[in-house]
Ligand binder design. Sequence first.
Ligand code: 5GP
Length: 137
Amino acid sequence: MADTIFSKILSGEIPSHKVYEDDLVYAFLDIGHLSEGHTLVIPKEPAPSMDQLSDESAAAIGRVLPRICRAVVKATGVDQYNILQNNGVRAHQAVFHLHFHIIPKPNEKEGLGVEWPSKDIDHEKGAALAAQISALI
Ligand code: 5GP
C-alpha cells in the first residue's frame, strides 16, 4: 500500500501530538483542527479505507475509541462531538490511511458543520437493498 503522511507519523519521521498508542492503534491531534481537541485515531495497519481494514485492527479501534472520546471530552470540557470517518475522494478523504476524526463541537461555529440533505426512503427498494447487503456480509 502507498506510503502516506500517516505512515510517516507512525514511523516518527514526522512529529505528532500523540494522545494514545497500543500495538495496533495510534491517536494524535489533527494539525488542521476544526476545534480544539480534534483528534485522529488510526490503525497502525495501512488500510486506505474502512472496507479494507482487518477485523483485528477494527476490533482494536472499536475497543479504544470510546475511551479516547471520554478523554477528549474531559480534557476539552466539551461534551458534544462528532466522529467522522471519510472513505474516498468524493467523501472528502484526503489522507489514504484510514482514520477516525473525533471533533469536539463547542458551539455552532466551531467543530464539524454537517449538511444533511435527507430524502424519504422507498421501502420496496430499501427492502431489496437491505437483503442484498445482508447477503454480502
Ligand atoms: P480526511 O479529509 O482525509 O478525512 O482528513 C485528513 C486529516 O488529516 C485532515 O483533517 C488534516 O488536517 C489531517 N492531517 C493532514 N496532514 C497531517 C499531518 O501531517 N499531521 C497531522 N497531525 N494531521 C494531518
